[in-house]
Write a protein that binds this ligand. Structure first.
Ligand code: A4P
Ligand code: MG
Length: 194
């Protein structure tokens, strides 16, 4: 069964939901965000599905689109199994800090243990983009500082939100053109990744 991208609403590039752009913005207007999820321990497909379900059920979070599943070679210095990676586009009324807090809670709920940096994990949920917010703090950096050099992030992100603003003036689709390691990323519905 292919993991088709499900887009419930049209996506825009300016960090706010296109169907909510109006002449008179509401104080509670949601912010369009991107999340990157990865798993390479236990049953990765099940871990990702469960994380998405828990995010969907969270107050203040609406999942707008889910990418296909991608099998990706491990990035970084730690030898480990391949990952299953996806990206989500979500609309949220939560601040960037509160959205990350909920993501870290879901990681814990699924049994994530933090030991080795960049090591194997049941689930990793990274906050990639939170509207046009720029935060550089020890516990939160957004836009995610390493996403533009990672094919395992850019390929699923560009699938569901090609115009996603990376914060460096480029969109996800533009950054993907020069991103290394694209060849190792395999889309799991049988189509080529690119
Ligand atoms: N933190 C700061 N900013 C953010 C943000 N935007 N999103 C802080 C998420 N977390 C953020 O994270 C450590 C701390 O980063 C958090 O407590 C949070 O306050 P972590 O998940 O415990 O550590 P980590 O994931 O090992 O480190 P890091 O640098 O986040 O690693 P990455 O970048 O997540 O890389 N290969 C493939 N193919 N696919 C993968 O998904 N993932 C990693 C982890 C390595 N190799 C991979 C994959
Ligand atoms: Mg992480």
């Amino acid at each position: 069964m292919p993991t088709a991208c499900v887009c419930w609403r049209q996506l825009s590039s300016n960090g706010s939901p296109s169907d909510m752009n109006s002449a008179k913005p509401s104080l509670n207007a949601p912010t369009r965000c991107a999340l990157g999820l990865g798993s390479n321990l236990g049953d990765p497909k099940r871990n990702l599905d469960e994380a998405v379900r828990r995010l969907e059920e969270s107050n203040g979070i609406t999942v707008v689109a889910r990418s296909s599943d991608y099998r990706t070679p491990p990035w970084g210095p730690v030898p480990q199994d391949d990952y299953l990676n996806i990206c989500l586009v979500v609309d949220t009324t939560l601040s960037a800090h509160d959205l990350l807090k909920r993501c870290l809670e879901v990681e814990l709920e699924l049994g994530r243990v933090r030991d080795i940096r960049w090591g194997p994990r049941i689930i990793d949920i990274d906050l990639l983009i939170h509207g046009v917010a720029k935060v550089e703090e020890p516990d939160l950096e957004v836009p995610h500082p390493r996403m533009a050099e990672r094919a395992f992030v850019l390929i699923p992100l560009a699938e569901i939100w090609p115009d996603a603003p990376l914060g460096d003036g480029r969109t996800a689709a533009q950054a993907l053109e020069t991103c290394p390691d694209r060849d190792g990323v395999v889309k799991l519905d049988g189509d080529p990744a690119l």
